[in-house]
Design a protein. Sequence first.
Length: 85
Amino acid sequence: MPALCDRCGSDKLIEDAKVEDHITAGRRVALEVMIGHQKGSGMRGDKPVRVPIKARICGECGFTELYVSEPARLWRLAQKINRAG
Ligand SMILES: [Zn+2]
């Protein structure tokens, strides 16, 4: 069953578009979400986890959804951080 646009119901969805910030100093920078960056997050010695954001764009109305590709992994990490704190 094809995914449909949440706003207009169209099936003209463009999947997995990459979301980038403006080009800075000649480099393209993907937008990311980050967890584990708070002080005392319990991730001792670990670097914050960064996950790139992807977009799904409706080719009919332009509605754009943002999402991450590995939500389950992010959720497990977030729970680990919360427990440690
Ligand atoms: Zn739409």
